[in-house]
Write a protein that binds this ligand. Sequence first.
Ligand code: ZN
Length: 221
Amino acid sequence: MSKKSKALVLFSGGQDSTTCLAQALHDFPGEVEAVAINYGQRHQIELKQAQIIAKLAKVPFQIIDFPLLSQVTKNSLTHHIPIEHKEGQLPSTFVPGRNLLFLNMAAIIAYEKNIRHIYTGVCQTDYSGYPDCRDNFIKSAEQTLNLAMETQVEIHTPLMFLTKAETILLMQNLGKLDWYQHTHTCYNGKRPACGTCPACILRLKGFKETEIIDPLDYEVQ
Ligand code: ZN
């Protein structure tokens, strides 16, 4: 089956997936759509922000409801569990199997819509301890999905080996830095962002290294 050069972005409304959206539009102008997954994340605000950014980017956008994940896992993103990262353990914000399920969803949508390229904002450089953000996992998932559906889907991970600072510079080069004001990163689900949770700290550190001002509003920084 021949595939048109279309791209689907796994979009969460966060800084990384927003950068991926800009990159996908650069690579496949006019042929990009975005999908967000509602997996029962406590901060539904990210879905709202995703919608705002997709509108700004003028791409078709859909939200897939997938409540199963929060029924079978307990973590800080789906439940009221304190955010912590104990030595030798995965962080409490880790959602087991999430990226594999998301990629599976994306591949199914891609199959149905005849899309060949999937973009995801995973990154192993500033790796927060998530095994499903690593390059070896993505390569393996790509192979598995293609075997499962007899497709030639390509999973693009433009941020895989970039630092947070390099991701910001990439977005600057793509000319879409202003989209960052609508992104949601804060683990505390705050707008303005709290500025003190691990996600806010990592984001602010990246901006500090580039000397670019983060267009997002913060309570403290
Ligand atoms: Zn925060």
